[in-house]
Design a protein around this ligand. Structure first.
Ligand SMILES: Nc1ncnc2c1ncn2[C@@H]1O[C@H](COP(=O)(O)OP(=O)(O)OP(=O)(O)O)[C@@H](O)[C@H]1O
Ligand SMILES: [Mg+2]
Length: 408
């Protein structure tokens, strides 16, 4: 019986399966081509039986396919050509003009003459499945994206809430401090007044005079402290005039250089054309000096570097949002100075508390320095941006609204 008739007889049952079935011998000659693949490929079995499969489908005539099909003729385990890597084995055009996605499994079938193996090729149409997987992936990506967006929004909300809490905390501390400082100051003025009356009444050569002096000195020191507390509230009187940070720094330089420990180098990087700001020179000097003192203390006994910079630029809402003073500042053009040090830096927990009055990590610190800095900057409708890394250093940047826009 001829081999094609035999194949038709043996494989006839495969004509009734919704899977494309093809049998080839080791010469790639097609022995069987079922009705399903006839329909899909639009190629009748009369036209293909006995001919080489490779002559019809030249893409198969490549090492990518041949090397694996050869193993089947030697009786090797089944091989799979997936839609993912190969898209299709036998090109079949769908009614919508797209190529059918196929999953093809080739397994060995003992040849009729018992000499070697035929390759039994089973082709599944997985177009719909692939489409569904594709849609599923799209849906999954969309869902994941939505979850991510929601998480981001949640984080942003938490950040805003934390900022608001911090702002509220600073505001209530400010109200409390202002109240106490004013009342306390009034009492001090009473003590001071009475002490000076006492001084006039006590004979100049009396031993009591030195005690009166001590009362006066202690009262003046306390008055200074209450002054600092009032500064903290940002409500101290501002004598504002146009000033330039560069000018202030040039004038302060001798004091800064003599205040900073000798083993620390101070570098100045001043922007040439810096727009003016409207501010109280004495208060700005206090801020600079205090930031420099803190930088010096953060470096401690080791050698280190303090860099004082000035610059001006536009700050966006987002950049201002990260500021350590919540002041609902409008985005805009700001002149700033910054004091950067190579000191011990701060962790997140410390950063949250540095503006609280009486918070200090230093043994002899009173914890009022930054409290005062905050009050002054708030009083000038400015803000402070801080960056700090433990063991690396910190940078305190003080922004005040520029009075003249810098040319672009
Ligand atoms: N440049 C800096 N580097 C690292 N930590 C800093 C720096 N500046 C401030 N801090 C941290 O912030 C805290 C509060 O600073 P603040 O200036 O208000 O108080 P203080 O320096 O401790 O005391 P004082 O009242 O004498 O200024 C410091 O104790 C320190 O922990
Ligand atoms: Mg300090």
């Amino acid at each position: 019986m001829d081999i094609f008739k035999l194949a038709l007889e043996k494989f006839d049952v495969l004509n009734h399966t919704p899977v494309g079935m093809v049998v080839i011998n080791s010469e790639y000659q097609v022995l069987f081509w079922n009705q399903c693949i006839e329909y899909w490929s639009n190629k009748h079995s009369n036209e293909i039986l006995g001919t080489s499969l490779l002559s019809h489908y030249s893409h198969l005539n490549t090492d990518r396919y041949l090397s694996r099909i050869e193993t089947i003729f030697e009786g090797g385990p089944p091989v799979l050509f997936s839609t993912h890597l190969h898209q299709y084995f036998i090109p079949c055009l769908l009614s919508n003009g797209q190529w059918m996605n196929q999953n093809t499994t080739i397994s060995a079938f003992p040849s009729f003459d018992g000499n070697g193996h035929y390759a039994l090729i089973a082709i599944e149409n997985v177009t719909e499945l692939t489409q569904r997987v594709f849609e599923y992936r799209q849906m999954r990506d969309k869902a994941l994206n939505e979850i991510k967006q929601r998480e981001l929004a949640e984080k942003e909300k938490e950040k805003i809430q934390a900022q608001m809490l911090r702002a509220q905390k600073l505001e209530s501390l400010s109200v409390l401090t202002r109240g106490i400082a004013h009342d306390f100051n009034n009492q001090l003025m009473g003590i001071l007044g009475n002490a000076s009356i006492l001084k006039q009444l006590v004979p100049q050569d009396s031993t009591l005079i030195k005690y009166v002096d001590k009362i006066q000195q202690a009262t003046l020191k306390s008055a200074d402290l209450t002054k600092q507390l009032i500064d903290y509230t940002g409500k101290s009187k501002i004598i504002a005039n146009f000033l330039n940070f560069n000018q202030v720094l040039k004038e302060l330089k001798p004091i800064i250089d003599s205040t900073v420990s000798p083993h620390i180098i101070v570098n100045y990087e001043l922007e040439k054309e810096l727009p003016d700001v409207k501010a109280d020179t004495a208060q700005i000097e206090k801020v600079i000096m205090h930031l420099v003192t803190n930088a010096d203390e953060a470096i401690g006994n080791q050698s280190g570097l303090i860099t004082i910079r000035t610059h001006a630029k536009h700050f966006s809402k987002e950049e201002l949002f990260n500021a350590h003073i919540e002041m609902k500042l409008q985005e805009g053009f700001f002149s700033y100075f910054e004091v950067q040090d190579t000191g011990h830096g701060m962790d997140d927990n410390t950063m949250l508390k540095i503006f609280d009055p009486f918070f200090s990590t230093r043994f002899i610190g009173r914890g009022l320095g930054l409290t005062m800095v905050l009050g002054i900057v708030q009083g000038h409708r400015g803000t402070i941006l801080i960056e700090s890394t433990p063991q690396k250093g910190s940078c305190f940047r003080v922004l005040l609204p520029s009075q003249v826009k810098k040319p672009a």
